[in-house]
Structures are given as structure tokens and as C-alpha cells.
Design a protein around this ligand. Structure first.
Ligand code: GDP
Ligand code: GDP
Length: 434
């Protein structure tokens, strides 16, 4: 499973700066879902090919009353969800009473804590470090978050504690992994029950409960699937037992671990920012995706038309995903999801070859050449496959670092069309060969 790392520290020490550097997320997921405490940001991070989930506890205002209390509370919530904690300190400011209060709180936590001396630039590192060593920390990591100095050593050491899973759980997972995700109350539990209760479905083992989400093996029309149930339906021992609270970390982990994500939205409410943030996370993760607009029962034609127009507008950025209007409650349209799941899975894992990819590239460049930069035209020469789920296309040429984003998006569109890829993001990577 992907490790979860929390950033804690008082305001202004550089948490967001580090967060942004590591996640590169266009859009961090902010925990303002109903029933959740605000002020934590979640992002998908990528460090030299290793993925992890980062939580930033920023958002506490510096002149707030009881700042130490608020900070401690935020930190504890984040730590609860995390596997490791980075405590950021400000080398320019030295050790402050707020830092000390927070460190006291961290003492009791069972998770590994890494002490980081940020803003080491423009200070005497020895003096700053010596002061921080008084906290009793075994090791202090010097860092300049703004320039990325020290980040590699720090993150490398943190991730070393979490060796890449040797897919120990792999034997209990069969076939395609499908995660059902969505914000609270959109109908995930109802959909999971419906999918498993379908006549054509044979559910196998009792789900494991060791992980946050429940993994359920089943077969449908001779195809094996593992459903990743973030709603925890099968964890309930009886019908009255409360479903556990929605958790962003659980959702992000499920997305990371899935082959195909079913993102459930509530057709009766407008698509809200939280839906879009989740969708952004799915796209960033590279997972294949099927969109399910739920609660499509009992709406008038007029309402349906209006909602569809709104959806078209807001979901433009993910026009490659197939959209289903379903009623989990009545079962309408649920079976049809499988066709899209299969298509998305096949697209995400399709066999690509260098000859074909290069031919498509040549066609695209012929129709619409890349721009000139510094008086020289960008040349894109050949393309080869670089990976699956999502499909990665590696393009070689010169001045490739100058290719404008809109040209990359053009190439994506051409590849998507020519390769008939449905329901999966595509990644284009460039290599300069001069
Ligand atoms: P947060 O409140 O902990 O999230 O702190 P921010 O990331 O918002 O950073 C607060 C300020 O410190 C910003 O103006 C950053 O540009 C600056 N800052 C962050 N890291 C560094 C660093 O390594 N060196 C210097 N000189 N400034 C930094
Ligand atoms: P979750 O929090 O995403 O797991 O959502 P639930 O499955 O618990 O559903 C939340 C509420 O929406 C419940 O009252 C469901 O009965 C209701 N609901 C779920 N699916 C549908 C649907 O297709 N149509 C209608 N009308 N209500 C639904």
C-alpha cells in the first residue's frame, strides 16, 4: 500500500512550499467534506517513481487564539491517518515555544517522526542545527523547501522505511480491481450492494478487514473482479451499525490500488467541487475511470436535460471517460457499468508498439507542426511505449522541454483517437536526443 506522510509544524515554517513541491497537484484535495475537520490538504506525491500520499496540516492562521491547541489538534488528526510524520522547524526563527508545544504532543505518538530544519538558506546551519538538536531528536534534516535542497535525502530516508510492497496481498486479489469512490451520501454503499447482489455475480471469500477498504472477490460472466469498497459495506456486522466516516486517505489509497475507478456522483445535486477534486485525483493517479451519475430515478425529463447540460460543461476536462446514468437504489443501469469497466481496463493496458506510435506521431506532426522556438522548429522524431495503466507514450526529439502544453494535449487527442482509447488517461513523456 502507498505510504501516507503528514507535514506538521507551526504556521509559516514552509509546509505548503514542501507540499506543493512534492505533489505538483494542480488541485489539492481539501478536507471540507461534511463531517470532516477542515484545514487539511491531501495530495498524491511522486518521488523518483515512488508514490505516496501527503497530508498538509496548514490552514491554521498565525494570529488565531489558542494557536498551539488548534495546531496540535490538526496535527494529531493528520498523524492518526499517517504512517510517518515530518515536523518542520524554521531555522531562521529558531526553536519557539509553539514548536516545543507541538514536539511535546508528538512525543506520545507511535509513528516515526522526522525533524526537519527548513529555511537553512541564509543562516549558519551549524547554529540552527545545534539549537534543534536540543529537542533530543536523533537526527535533524537540513532543508530549503523553496529550492528543493535536502528534500531528496529526507524523502528518500522516509520512504526507505516503507519498502515497496511485495504484493503480499496479491493472492487474495483476483482479476480486475475496481474501486468505488465518491463523496459521502452519493450512493456508494447502495451501489456496492447492488453490484454484489446482482444475479450474475458469484461472490467468493469473506472480505479481509485488515486494510482500510474492504476487498471483495467475485466473478461475473466468467470474469474475475476484486471490488475495493471504500464505503465499508461488508464491514458492518449488522444493518444498523453505522458505516464508518468517509476518509480521504482511504479514498486515495483505493484509487492508487485500483485498475479501474468508478467515481459515483449524485445526479440530484449539482456536481460540486469535491466531486471535481476527486476526479482530478483519479486523473492525476493515471487510473482508468468510469463515471456513474447516481439517483437518476424519479427525475422529470426536464430535470434530466438540465443536469446533462451542466454535466457536459463541468466534465469537459474528462471527456475521455464514459458516463452512466444509474439508479443504485433500483438497479437501473448498474449492469451496464461493466461494459465501460472492461473497455477502460482494455484501453489502460493495451499493447502499444513503436512502429505504430511513431506513425501516428508523424501524421500528427504533418497535420499540425510543433512551433518554432528560438528560431528553430521543435522536432519530434519517434515514439515508443513506456508503460501501462495509464498508457505512457515516450516521444523523442529535440527541444522537447519547449513543447507547449497545448501541443501535448493535441498529441494526446490524436493518440486517443487513433488508438481508440476510452476511459483511461494517457501520459506523454519527452526525451531529448540531440
Ligand atoms: P506554511 O504556513 O508552513 O505552509 O508555510 P509556507 O510554505 O506557506 O511558507 C511560508 C513562507 O516561507 C513563504 O513565504 C515561503 O516562500 C517561505 N519559505 C518556505 N520555505 C523556505 C525556505 O526553505 N527558505 C526560505 N528562505 N523561505 C522559505
Ligand atoms: P454513500 O455514503 O456514498 O455510501 O451513500 P449511501 O449508499 O449510503 O446512500 C446515501 C443515501 O442515498 C441513502 O439514503 C440511499 O438510500 C440513497 N440512494 C442511494 N442510491 C440511490 C438512488 O439511486 N436513488 C435514490 N433515489 N436514492 C439513492
Amino acid at each position: 500500500m502507498v505510504p501516507v506522510i503528514a507535514l506538521v509544524g507551526r504556521p509559516n515554517v514552509g509546509k505548503s512550499t514542501l507540499f506543493n513541491r512534492l505533489t505538483k497537484s494542480r488541485d489539492a484535495l481539501v478536507a471540507n467534506f461534511p463531517g470532516l475537520t477542515r484545514d487539511r490538504k491531501y495530495g498524491d506525491a511522486d518521488f523518483e517513481g515512488r508514490r505516496f500520499i501527503l497530508i498538509d496540516t496548514g490552514g491554521i492562521n498565525g494570529d488565531e487564539e489558542g494557536i498551539d491547541e488548534a495546531m496540535a489538534k490538526q496535527s494529531l488528526l493528520a498523524i492518526d491517518e499517517a504512517d510517518a510524520v515530518l515536523l518542520l522547524l524554521d531555522s531562521r526563527a529558531g526553536l519557539t515555544p509553539s514548536d516545543e508545544a507541538l514536539i511535546k504532543h508528538l512525543r506520545g505518538c507511535e509513528k516515526p517522526v522526522f525533524f526537519v530544519a527548513n529555511k537553512i538558506d541564509g543562516t549558519d546551519p551549524d547554529v540552527a542545527m545545534a539549537e534543534f538538536y536540543q529537542t533530543g531528536a536523533a537526527q535533524i534534516y537540513p532543508m530549503t523547501a523553496t529550492h528543493g535542497k535536502g528534500v531528496r535525502k529526507l524523502v528518500g530516508d522516509v520512504l526507505e522505511m516503507f519498502p515497496e510492497a511485495e504484493t503480499a496481498a496479491e493472492e487474495e486479489v483476483r482479476g480486475k480491481k475496481i474501486a468505488v469512490v465518491g463523496r459521502p451520501n452519493v450512493g456508494k454503499s447502495t451501489l456496492v450492494n447492488r453490484m454484489l447482489g446482482e444475479e450474475r455475480v458469484v461472490v467468493y471469500d469473506q472480505p479481509g478487514t485488515t486494510r482500510d477498504s474492504v476487498y471483495i472477490n467475485y466473478e461475473r460472466d466468467g470474469e474475475a473482479y476484486t471490488l475495493i469498497d471504500t464505503a465499508g459495506v461488508r464491514k458492518r456486522r449488522n444493518i444498523n451499525e453505522a458505516v464508518e466516516k468517509f476518509s480521504i486517505v482511504k479514498t486515495l489509497k483505493a484509487i492508487e490500488d485500483a485498475h479501474v475507478v468508478i467515481l459515483v456522483m449524485d445526479g440530484r445535486e449539482n456536481i460540486v467541487d469535491q466531486d471535481l477534486h476527486l476526479l482530478g485525483q483519479v486523473v492525476d493517479s493515471g487510473r482508468a475511470v468510469v463515471l456513474a451519475i447516481n439517483k437518476w430515478d424519479g427525475l422529470s425529463q426536464d430535470q434530466k436535460d438540465r443536469i446533462k447540460i451542466e454535466l457536459d460543461r463541468r466534465l469537459q476536462f474528462i471527456d475521455f471517460a464514459e458516463l452512466h446514468f444509474i439508479s443504485a437504489l433500483h438497479g437501473t443501469g448498474v449492469g451496464n457499468l461493466y461494459e465501460s469497466i472492461e473497455k477502460a481496463y482494455a484501453s489502460a493496458n493495451c499493447q502499444l508498439n513503436t512502429r505504430n506510435l511513431t506513425m501516428i506521431l508523424e501524421g500528427a506532426v504533418f497535420d499540425h507542426a510543433p512551433p518554432m522556438v528560438n528560431g528553430r522548429r521543435i522536432k519530434l522524431r519517434l515514439a515508443h511505449p513506456g508503460g501501462h495503466n495509464p498508457p505512457i507514450i515516450v516521444i523523442h526529439g529535440n527541444q522537447t522541454d519547449k513543447v507547449p502544453n497545448n501541443y501535448t494535449r493535441y498529441l494526446e487527442r490524436v493518440y486517443r483517437r487513433e488508438l481508440k482509447l476510452v476511459g483511461t488517461p494517457i501520459r506523454i513523456e519527452y526525451k531529448t536526443s540531440e
